[in-house]
Design a protein around this ligand. Structure first.
Ligand SMILES: O=P(O)(O)OC[C@H]1O[C@H](O)[C@H](O)[C@@H](O)[C@@H]1O
Length: 304
């Protein structure tokens, strides 16, 4: 077993079914992994090696099926809000290393960074007739904070603008969904996918879970906290350029209906998805959009 000092901060290895993945490691023992397939983060571990993201034991690492868990990228369409397949095609594509990354920020020296890139292909243009370049920067900070920064540019030369919706579809690992509380979404309006996507207002002082939840919270604060009572741990999401937040737990019935999801796994996961849904983003040729989320943990329950 190589010691942490020998293990490289950034390494490309073969993952499940021989799919390439990038492993990012910090000296404090934190780590993250991202598959080139879907630019899909599948692991984010704290300094004790505890996994903070949920990955289904039945996840199918076989294109074109998206990986169930981790952080799927929903682009250029969230859910069924458009003519494409559910959540668009970015999560079903092989991304490449951005071999010409933009210059690193001045404070990069203690961060581990990898850039992945997706460009429109001839095939993609048939289903979504817009040229784009999508750069995803994944950063593991010195304290183990995990940051995803998406830069999406309209590279079209035909003068055509394009419009897209987007989400980082983050699956958090939780001890017991009935012991989880979400802070930061109180009093907000949401669209309830379990009630024909009708608009409601959140009444609770925090969100708890006793049944299926599938809500698009609108114009949310930049910080959302997921409290795991059993672990006495708070998962903190900070986001920028992503005004909405989707909260999803399939509960028992939907769990049983998903082949790539264990019947009881709904008890140990919660999706909180930084998103741009209510107001899709329009880019003219040459324009670039940036959407960022940073995940971190606090080893206590933050006061409401
Ligand atoms: O099964 P998927 O295509 O990955 O979608 C999984 C879930 O994603 C989001 O959370 C949507 O709000 C849900 O309605 C959907 O069921």
């Amino acid at each position: 077993m190589s010691s942490s000092s020998e293990r490289k901060p950034l390494e490309v290895v073969k993952g499940v079914n021989g799919l390439d993945k990038v492993v990012l490691r910090q000296v404090n023992g934190t780590s993250a992994e991202v598959y080139l397939y879907g630019a899909h983060v599948t692991s984010w571990k704290n300094e004790h090696g505890e996994e903070l993201l949920f990955l289904s034991s039945k996840a199918i690492f076989k294109p074109p099926k998206p990986i169930r868990g981790g952080i799927p990228i929903c682009f250029p369409q969230f859910s069924n809000l458009g003519a494409l397949d559910q959540h668009g095609f970015a999560r079903n594509r092989f991304w490449t290393f951005d071999d010409d990354p933009p210059p690193l920020p001045p404070d990069a020296n203690h961060k581990v960074i990898t850039d992945l890139i997706l460009r429109s292909t001839i095939e993609d243009l048939k289903i979504w007739p817009y040229s784009f370049e999508y750069r995803l920067r994944i950063t593991l900070g010195p304290g183990g904070e995990l940051m995803l920064t998406s830069r999406i540019r309209n590279t079209g030369t035909d003068g055509k603008p394009f419009t897209f919706s987007f989400a980082y579809h983050t699956y958090f690992s939780v001890s017991d969904i009935s012991e989880v509380r979400v802070e930061g979404l109180e009093t907000l309006d949401y669209l309830d996918n379990c009630q024909k996507r009708e608009r409601f207002t959140e009444q609770g002082d925090s969100i708890t879970f006793e049944s299926e939840v599938d809500r698009i919270y609108l114009s949310t604060p930049t910080k959302i906290a997921v409290m795991d009572h059993e672990k006495k741990r708070t998962l903190v999401m900070r986001k920028d350029g992503l005004p909405d937040a989707v909260v999803w737990n399939p509960w028992d019935k939907k769990a049983k209906a998903m082949v790539d999801f264990g019947d009881d796994e709904y008890k140990h996961m919660l999706c909180v998805e930084a998103a741009a849904v209510e107001k899709p983003i329009t880019l003219k040729p040459g324009e670039e959009w940036r959407g960022r989320q940073e995940l971190s943990t606090v080893n206590k329950l933050l006061d409401p």
